[in-house]
Design a protein around this ligand. Structure first.
Ligand code: DP6
Length: 349
């Protein structure tokens, strides 16, 4: 606070932040969102959240005044955002002098079954850190943004960075941090990837990610899984460095099916896949065999199927999506590897 030069009485900061799709899955955590294994993701573009935070100078200390989701007051998200900001106040002490109004909207329908916590929490943190940076006349510290986003939702740590992003250690001795994610810049010659998401169901998840993570604590396969994920991450990175798309795709699909295998074998067990999820997986595998095109799938904690392929074969896979996948889906959302959060507007008075 001491480095502040000028009080800001009122400001509005708006950020757009993308979702990300995990290639190597974070499933199992300890303490406050520290992962049990390293994960690797691709930052998306079109699946994003736009959040505007209004900061109004207040002598009464921090409080969250209003939270609008898609122009409608939302008490559940207000409580979640308020608790989160409360929990990081020591990290952003300036906030003790402001009351906040938050307006947020997702580019994808709230009920589309696409996780909005990664884009939503990273967008909120970027707004908070932009205000801090403005007050301190510095730049946003992206490692801090990733670390604070992680405290809200583990996968949000990865949405701060563009392209391919890793979070966590594959061994106690490696140099990566568990506190924040980082872009894997050495992968800049890997083909640009697309992600066409087959929305299979819009119903809310029956089991939250947080609950799913907690079931890993007593999971009989936990130790083997954490080791497998770390090995898969190393193997996937090697495949990507060597431009070996078929090995990349093999590991990608193994990770997705392992994630759902862990759910099937948790106690209590749960099933998030729908009959059409399986039908789509089979279609993709048949298509790949007959066309020899590098089209692969991954799956998040839900029934929707993410179809991953290089942008260069976009036109070749389109008829397959329309003829074979769309009839098994509610809709398709086309997305592409992205560049990370973007400041849309800032106004200070
Ligand atoms: C299956 O990040 O949503 O998408 O840390 O409890 O908020 P919390 O969980 P969350 O878990 C994501 C799980 C996953 C895999 C991944 O994104 O790595």
């Amino acid at each position: 606070m001491s480095s502040q030069t000028k009080a800001i009485i009122n400001s509005k900061i708006q950020y757009k932040s993308p979702s990300n799709i995990a290639f190597i899955k974070y499933w199992g955590k300890r303490h406050r969102q520290l992962p049990m294994n390293a994960s690797l993701s691709m930052t998306l573009t079109h699946c994003h959240t736009i959040t505007e935070v209004e900061f109004v100078y207040s002598e009464n200390g921090f409080y969250l005044n209003q939270f609008f989701l898609d122009d409608i007051l939302n008490l559940k998200f207000k409580n979640r955002a308020e608790n989160f900001i409360d929990s990081i106040k020591d990290e952003i002490p300036f906030v003790n002098k402001y009351k906040l109004n938050i307006r947020t909207t997702n580019s994808f329908p709230h009920s589309a079954g696409i996780a909005s916590s990664a884009s939503g929490m990273s967008a909120l943190v970027m707004c908070l850190l932009k205000m801090e940076a403005k007050l301190n006349q510095t730049e946003i510290d992206l490692q801090k943004a990733s670390r604070l986003s992680r405290l809200a939702s583990g996968s949000a740590a990865r949405s701060i960075f563009p392209n391919f992003v890793r979070w966590g250690k594959t061994a106690d001795t490696d140099n990566f941090s568990e506190d924040f994610a980082e872009e894997i810049v050495s992968l800049n010659s890997f083909p640009k990837l697309m992600d066409t998401i087959a929305i299979v169901s819009k119903t809310e998840k029956t089991v939250s990610s947080s609950h799913g993570h907690s079931l890993m604590n007593a999971h009989p396969f936990a130790e083997a899984r954490f080791k497998q994920a770390n090995d898969n991450l190393k193997d996937m990175l090697s495949a990507m460095h060597e431009n070996d798309l078929s090995l990349f795709g093999e590991i990608l699909e193994l990770e997705a099916l392992t994630l759902h295998g862990l759910m099937l074998s948790s106690s209590p067990s749960f099933v998030l896949l729908e009959p059409n999820s399986i039908a789509i997986i089979n279609e993709i595998r048949h298509f790949r065999e007959s066309s020899k095109l590098p089209l692969f799938f991954t799956i998040d904690a839900g029934p929707n199927i993410h179809m991953i392929y290089p942008e260069s074969i976009k036109e070749e896979v389109k008829p397959f999506f329309e003829n074979s996948i769309l009839p098994l889906s509610l809709k398709l959302i086309e997305d592409i590897q992205g560049t990370g959060p973007e400041l849309l507007s800032e106004v200070y008075e």
